[in-house]
Design a protein around this ligand. Sequence first.
Ligand code: ATP
Ligand code: MG
Length: 422
Amino acid sequence: MQPLAAKQFALQVVQRLREAGFESLWAGGCVRDMLLGREPNDYDVATAATPEQVREVFGRRRTLAIGAAFGVITVLGSKQQGQIEVATFRCDAEYSDGRRPDSVSFSTAEEDAQRRDFTINGLFYDPLAEQVIDYVAGQADLQAGVIRAIRDPFERIAEDKLRMLRAIRFAATFDFQLETQTRAAICQQAGALQVVSAERIAAEMQRMLVHPQRCRAMELLRDCQLLVEVLPEAKRFDEQPSTWSETRDVLGRLASPCFPVVFAALIRLLVKAGDGAAARTIGKRWKLSNDDLKLTAFLIAHVAEIRTADQVAWPQLQRILIHDNIQDLMALAEAVAGTCEDPPAGLERCREKLELPQQKLNPPLLLDGNDLRQLIQPGPVFKEILTAVRDAQLEGQLTSQSEALDYVRVLLSQHPEQGTQV
Ligand code: ATP
Ligand code: MG
């Protein structure tokens, strides 16, 4: 998607609906972002046309009706234009599950503003008249930097518990304040976050954690007792406050990390040192992808070794340094070391080794599994021998295949049960 094309397309969609006689406006996040001088992620259109009428205006082939039950039709543009969600003005009926309205009914723009979550998200914009339409005093809160629930905050949070995390994400990422009553409503209902699906919670957490304002987001989550809801292990931060101050410092030192690096930084002091499996268990609860689980477990398993790398045997360290994600591990280790004021020798050794040409850092094997299979049957000692040969090569004790074979003979003589087919 190309930002200018997307904006033009959003304008065209409003124009077409207007020409067909339906009131139509840009709505919600895109208006907020525009007024903040940020490029909107996407444009949403709100309209008086019913879903069926929206489909008639744009044609069935150019629309998708996946969200039609909630009054949402997706209008498809070109690859550059992307797609736009066109939602019929609506008001929501009761919320009995703490997450979604039981039904919706179509209504007016004003009522549609009233069902939205926060005042800064309740704005409309008429892109033809270039005019903001504000039924909820959202512009004043945008100016003042305030996240305020529309209408009664206790009721609005009770309706949909996901709004607690959204409030904190907006407050943190825009560097806004939580309005007092909105904050009180969140603190009061934090314990009910569990009704929200793990996927939705995880998606919000991921967005907060990769954002440069991640420390503020985590502080707000802690202040409102929400962090322990999404991460029960975080109780430790309360029991032992130094673990929190250290974690917060590490989070703040990460420049533009991928999610697993931030996640590992967050849970590092909540699992046993080096316990990759425990990290994986928490990651599974957060519904991480397999790749992210693997990387998180790797980071937790090895971050301590990197910091004390000057005391780690070279073959053991080498196997870590040649890992695909070593740069992520280094980024985490650097952030941790900076906070803990580690002696610099460990990280320096790693940096130095990582500068080595590939041939030196990771020399081709003198003997691989296929070579060894010519000599002995795969069995318990097979892997042990391969590892021993590789270790000796990395230590510089073996430099040719014939030396490696000699060494295998020596090793085999210590394992007479293997026979000597060599
Ligand atoms: P971003 O896209 O940056 O997450 P956004 O505000 O655009 O922020 P969306 O999830 O795209 O968030 O939702 C678009 C709009 O729909 C919001 O601006 C808000 O008006 C409304 N909205 C979204 N989620 C909720 C909710 N849980 N409760 C009430 N209104 C909501
Ligand atoms: Mg949005």
